[in-house]
Design a protein around this ligand. Structure first.
Ligand code: PLP
Length: 453
């Protein structure tokens, strides 16, 4: 840090302060973790200085032999770890990985009159002037993903993401009674909508998905099954999700992040069957900029770590701890979406439980050293900005060594804070959605207790 400090002290200061914050607070954001020192160090070195657009053995730049090694080792670990035919480790993030996947699906699947007329096998064979017609054909394609309030992600066809512009979208929700995916309903909707792509995967669904059922549904309507396992890749790698809960044998294409439950560097990757691998391999430069070689190297390190028995034990603890956390909250009277969890995340309904919006709860918890994020719940009465939910997860604190007892204490601290948080009435007399007051002393007391854990 002293080297950085001599150049720009504000940056060394921010790094130091981030470390202090991450040590002092309870990091409960379900998509965050603590990467290992080996992973962090692999990101900060000379690999970052090399340009390597293209793919292994086919680069647009000279002198890429070391980057070929890095990318090959990372891809080999990913294939072995997940048991997939092909792995692409270049995507810079989860959104990028999903974009590569969508592109590969369109490229591979479109039965295009334009392509037929031109006698072209796929879009890479087209001249630029043929693109206008093709673009119209692409834009009439359809995608079905989980709705945002049921726990889906923006990249599953929503308007704030390019996927919502590339595709016509229809979402599937969850059963209003159980909060679970209703596979029969999903099949009925898919039969009507006839999507090219069905997306399975989520950011805030606290349950496991049956990917064998998803495969049957995709087959019944001739759709490509695309699984976005960004959130639960660590549970797949750690063999907590096996059989029908492991997406890899069932999906045509799987995209993921590396930095959430998988505990790697910030980044993404794509797994694919042979059918889609050619198109995925053209991700750079079709969709992506030049690979971040230092991050690919760190992915290789993280994948190697994830292939160890220690990581399997970690992944099992992530799931066991989520169960303990959910039990700890429910026994203290908190309403959870789906009344529990069987993955790594828990979704609290703070409006039903405490009369707060997600935003008020998130802020009061943050004041008290508990870092969470507000999140919509199914059919959310407070909308997507204020929300009625708070999402929490166990990957990060499990990396810090927390077990069931510590997570029960976390539940106790959270409930204590939320019970002592009161919404402040807005100036128009309506119940406020953002302002709140926290009883005196609660924030400091909770911070002190959090620091002891
Ligand atoms: N897919 C899912 C399911 C996610 O939850 C997220 C991140 O929140 C992403 C994709 C995007 O990942 P990134 O932020 O690395 O682009």
């Amino acid at each position: 840090l002293s080297v950085i400090e001599s150049v720009e002290p504000r940056i060394s200061g921010a790094i130091r302060s981030e470390l202090d914050d991450q040590r002092a607070s309870l990091k409960l954001i379900a998509s965050e973790n603590y990467a290992s020192l080996a992973t962090l160090l692999t990101m900060g070195n000379w690999l970052s200085d090399k340009y390597a657009e293209g793919t292994i053995g086919h680069r647009f730049y000279a002198g890429c032999q070391n980057i070929d090694t890095v990318e090959s080792v990372a891809a080999e670990h990913a294939r072995e770890l997940f048991g997939s035919e092909y792995a692409y480790v270049q995507p810079h993030s989860g959104i990028d990985a999903n974009l590569v996947a969508y592109w590969a699906i369109l490229n591979t699947r479109i039965e295009s009159p334009t392509l037929a007329r031109l006698g072209a096998k796929n879009v890479n064979d087209l001249s630029h002037s043929d693109w206008e017609a093709l673009r119209r054909e692409f834009n009439s394609q359809r995608v079905m993903g989980m709705s945002l309030d049921a726990g889906g992600h923006l990249t599953h066809g929503f308007r704030h993401n390019i996927s919502g512009k590339m595709f016509e979208q229809l979402s599937y929700g969850t059963d209003p009674e159980t909060g679970l995916i209703d596979y029969d309903q999903l099949l009925a909707t898919a039969r009507e909508f006839k999507p090219l792509v069905i997306v399975a995967g989520y950011s805030a669904y606290p349950r496991r998905v049956n990917f064998a059922r998803m495969r049957e549904i995709a087959d019944a309507v001739g759709a490509t099954l695309f699984v976005d396992m960004a959130h639960f890749a660590g549970l797949v790698a750690g063999k907590v999700f096996t059989g029908e809960e492991n997406p890899v044998p069932y999906a045509d294409i799987v995209a993921s992040t590396t930095h959430k439950s998988l505990r790697g560097p910030r980044g993404g990757f794509v797994l694919a069957t042979k059918e889609y691998s050619d198109a995925v391999d053209k991700g750079c430069p079709m969709v992506l900029g030049g690979p971040l070689s230092h991050v690919m190297a760190a992915k290789a390190v993280a994948f190697a770590e994830a292939r160890t028995p220690d990581f399997q034990a970690y992944a099992q603890k992530v799931a066991d701890n989520a169960h303990a956390l959910a039990e700890g909250l429910m026994k203290r009277g908190v309403k959870l979406v789906t009344d529990g969890t069987d993955n790594h995340l828990v979704l609290l309904d703070v409006t039903t439980s405490f009369g707060l919006t997600g935003r008020q709860a998130e802020s009061a918890l943050l004041d008290s050293g508990v870092v969470t994020n507000r999140n919509s719940i199914p059919r959310d009465p407070n909308g997507a900005w204020y929300t009625s939910g708070v999402r929490i997860g166990t990957p990060a604190l499990t990396s810090r060594g927390f077990g069931a007892d510590e997570f029960d204490r976390v539940a106790e601290l959270m409930v204590d804070v939320l019970k002592q948080t009161t919404p402040v009435t807005a100036s128009n007399g309506q119940p406020g959605k953002a302002k709140y007051s926290l009883a005196d002393g609660v924030a400091d007391r909770t911070k002190a207790s959090a620091a002891e854990l």
